[in-house]
Design a protein around this ligand. Structure first.
Ligand code: NIG
Ligand code: FE
Length: 410
């Protein structure tokens, strides 16, 4: 493979990065190079980034050139929270919600997550793999070059493990969401956790990078979440929590106490919860597409950033609460609904999302030595990625130095 020179780009925008997750004013410090280039080494890492006027002589023979005229480059986007391992769909539920039913009512009536559990258990492993790959291709088409995927729609041993394998084989970072809901064959949450921790965790801990729990009314309470997370941490997994989606039920203090990587959702986080997160190293992952899709209050993204919290953005892609693979749409919602600037939104779904996945040393920035994951936008200004609502501005996605034409990714 030869080197790749992406030249004459209208703009190149990237955060310069720091060692830890970005917070406060640092989230806004995106560098923008006018008329720039990105030079990629044959091994798929970035060799250099700069202005065309400073382009070193690259020689003609071993360099493939990609004309960036009229395009802007940003780092490959990082989706640190998705649920792609599922069967079936929830289009019927979507229609019922449009007619007035609420998500929590449908869940309590055995619909919602549990209906997807039944549909997922009905798939064999190849079919599940096929589904995850299909979702991953769509994420890539929207500019996502790194993604995390959770299990949590199997909730029995075989389907949970098959989900984690499917996510890994599709190129995702895998999270065992073993505590997503209580499946019908168990009498209560404690009995289900007895099973999951004894029967599933020993293998899940070999297949997953992290563990996650849905700490919420109707799912798992703080005592159960602590038990689950303590066991997962002892098995070597990083910790994540779904918290404060509908109610503040103790997710933030628990995450801080256990040293979790993130607490995700935060739609219900109030004035007391914000400083708890802000004073910690736990990243607050906000999911505005989920709030929009369920017509729920938006998470307090602006207040979290202003309080000094490390904030990341993600899609929460799943069939029930956020059927959306597009981080550009999420960035747009971050600007219009959460009042984050485009620069803050970019940092949140590149550098900070990479920190949530423990990979900020290799991805999330356009910098020498980083993976050559680059999104080329059909736009004269990189901020169109948020500005052009659902505008399909992703022209080409480059993953590890190889260009994937956007349409081919589907
Ligand atoms: O992050 N809240 C819990 N889990 C998912 C939704 C799952 C579903 O509705 O299928 C979420 O929103
Ligand atoms: Fe989620």
């Amino acid at each position: 493979m030869s080197r790749l020179l992406i030249r004459d780009l209208a703009q190149v925008a990237t955060h310069p990065g720091t060692d830890g997750p970005l917070r406060g004013a640092a989230l806004r410090e995106v560098d923008v190079i006018e008329r720039g280039y990105v030079l990629v080494d044959p091994d798929g890492t970035i060799a250099a980034v700069g202005a065309m006027r400073d382009l070193p002589s690259v020689g003609a023979s071993d360099v493939e050139e990609l004309d960036g005229t009229g395009l802007s480059a940003i780092p490959g986007l990082v989706d640190c929270h998705t649920h792609p391992a599922f069967g079936g769909d929830r289009v019927e539920e979507f229609s019922l919600r449009a007619a007035g039913a609420t998500y929590e009512e449908l869940h309590a009536a055995g619909g919602g997550i549990l209906s997807t559990v039944a549909a997922t258990r009905a798939l064999d492993e190849d079919a599940l793999l096929d589904r995850v790959r299909r979702h991953a291709r769509r994420m890539l088409a929207h500019g996502t070059t790194t993604w995390e995927g959770k299990s949590g729609y199997g909730l029995d041993r075989d389907t949970e493990l098959a989900s984690l394998r499917a996510i890994r084989r599709s190129g995702g970072s895998s999270t065992w969401l073993g505590a997503h809901a209580v499946p019908p064959e168990h009498p209560d949450a404690d009995a289900y956790l007895d099973f999951a921790l004894a029967e599933v965790l020993p293998v899940a801990s070999q297949l997953a990078d992290a563990a996650d729990v849905f700490l919420e009314r109707g799912a798992f309470d703080a005592v159960q979440a602590r038990r689950y997370l303590d066991a997962c941490r002892a098995a070597g997994l990083a910790l994540r929590l779904h918290g404060d989606q509908f109610t503040e039920a103790g997710a933030n203090p628990l995450a801080v106490e256990l040293g979790a990587r993130s607490v995700d959702h935060l739609e219900a986080t109030g004035p007391e919860g914000i400083p708890v997160l802000a004073a910690s190293d736990v990243v607050g992952v906000v999911l505005p597409a989920s709030a929009l899709f369920l017509d729920r209050p938006m998470p307090p993204g602006r207040a979290l950033v202003d309080a000094g919290a490390a904030v990341a953005l993600a899609t929460d892609f799943n069939p029930g609460s956020a059927f959306c693979e597009s981080l550009p749409v999420v960035m747009s919602l971050a600007a219009t609904q959460l009042k984050l600037s485009p620069a803050e939104a970019l940092s949140a779904c590149t550098v900070n999302a990479a920190h949530v996945l423990g990979r900020a040393d290799r991805i999330g920035r356009l910098a020498p030595g980083f993976a050559a994951d680059v999104v080329l936008l059909d736009a004269p200004d990189w901020r169109y990625v948020a500005y052009h609502l659902a505008g399909d501005v992703v022209a080409t996605v480059i993953k590890d130095g190889a260009a994937v034409p956007r349409r081919a990714a589907y």
